[in-house]
Design a protein around this ligand. Structure first.
Ligand code: HEC
Ligand code: HEC
Length: 148
């Protein structure tokens, strides 16, 4: 009995993985057994121009290159420009006060461990066409439609 249940689960997982693989194949532009030439590495946007946020709480995307910017136990290169202490010299925007709060909302003197690994939330943007269509609609657009 136990064995047959395990078999059923494995079978179900297999089928799920199978259909997943089919979806992935649609962005692949070739059958799974054909090895494609990988696309060239895209250029990271380094324009220094801030981008609009899709909603007020969105982590802003990074408008500059971050190659070789080390963030580990010993160093946080991002904070060498974006910390409160450094922002006058660097002219980088200071990380907002939420980055200095612990999970209970207390304000800390230094960056919160919850916000230490910047690229968990902030990403650079490549100069590429989106792989998939995106139907995201800005809240302003929804409000405008509602008022019509
Ligand atoms: C050498 C200084 C420097 C370093 C290091 C640096 N930044 Fe920046 N960053 C800036 C400056 C200056 C700006 C303002 C826009 C510009 O000039 O690119 C900026 C802008 C940003 C913004 C956009 C803020 C907004 O309001 O739109 C984000 C997000 C950001 N940086 C994240 C990072 C992360 C994450 C790292 C580390 C991987 C990092 N930065 C490392 C100087 C720096
Ligand atoms: C857990 C997600 C998360 C992490 C990790 C994180 N941030 Fe943010 N960041 C956000 C969000 C969300 C916002 C916008 C809302 C806010 O200010 O809290 C933001 C805002 C910012 C801004 C804009 C501040 C302003 O006042 O306009 C900068 C600059 C920034 N982050 C840099 C950093 C840097 C540098 C690190 C790493 C030391 C970092 N963030 C880590 C989520 C994160």
């Amino acid at each position: 009995m136990k064995v047959s249940m395990v078999t059923t689960v494995i079978l179900a997982l297999g089928i799920a993985a199978g259909s997943l693989a089919q979806n992935i194949a649609t962005t692949r532009n070739a059958p799974l057994d054909v090895e494609l030439k990988p696309a060239e590495m895209a250029r990271v946007d380094n324009s220094d121009v801030k981008r609009k946020r899709a909603y007020p709480m969105q982590p802003p995307t990074i408008p500059h290159k971050v190659d070789q910017y080390q963030v580990d136990l010993n160093a946080n290169k991002c904070m060498s420009c974006h910390s409160r202490r450094r922002s006058q010299d660097s002219q980088a925007p200071m990380v907002s006060v939420t980055h200095y709060q612990d999970r209970d909302g207390n304000f800390l003197a230094d960056i919160s461990t919850r916000r230490y690994f910047c690229q968990q939330c902030h990403v650079t943007q490549d100069d590429v066409e989106p792989l998939l269509a995106n139907e995201f609609v800005d809240i302003d657009e929804i409000l405008r439609r509602d008022s019509e």
